[in-house]
Design a binder for this molecule. Sequence first.
Ligand code: CA2
Length: 145
Amino acid sequence: MPKLISILNGPNLNLLGKRQPEIYGSETLADVEKACANLASELGLKAELHQSNYEGGLVELIHTARETSAGIIINPAAYTHTSVAILDALNAFEGPVIEVHISNVHKRESFRHNSYVSLRADGVIAGLGTEGYLLALRRMKTLVG
Ligand code: CA2
């Protein structure tokens, strides 16, 4: 059985590819899901992508991943910069965690420079577009085998 990697996405990322392409590119979240599923299968992994617009929804997805997944790739979107609840949930997850941001948050407003999730993440990718999810999956393969 291939190991499962949960790819979790926060608020407004359901709009990916539909608004603000100058910041977030033109690929939709469904495109990202397909590309991740294909790469995961090449790597001998399984990837499942989820998105929630709610903080508690993301906490529950992390709790589910505790039971099902070898690793978590997470783009918590705006909750990156505000959510102790998501940090606490990730701290209760035993496997590797990689934080992904599509845009380079360090080149943007100063409120985007702090990440609570980075206190737990084993690695952080920012500013590499949606390709960041694929690079995170490759690193996951190294980490979970
Ligand atoms: O760069 C990223 O991936 C972010 O996590 C995206 C968040 C933002 O709050 C973070 O600071 C950085 C925003 C996600 C909103 O996604 C949209 C995508 C397309 C159109 C509108 C919103």
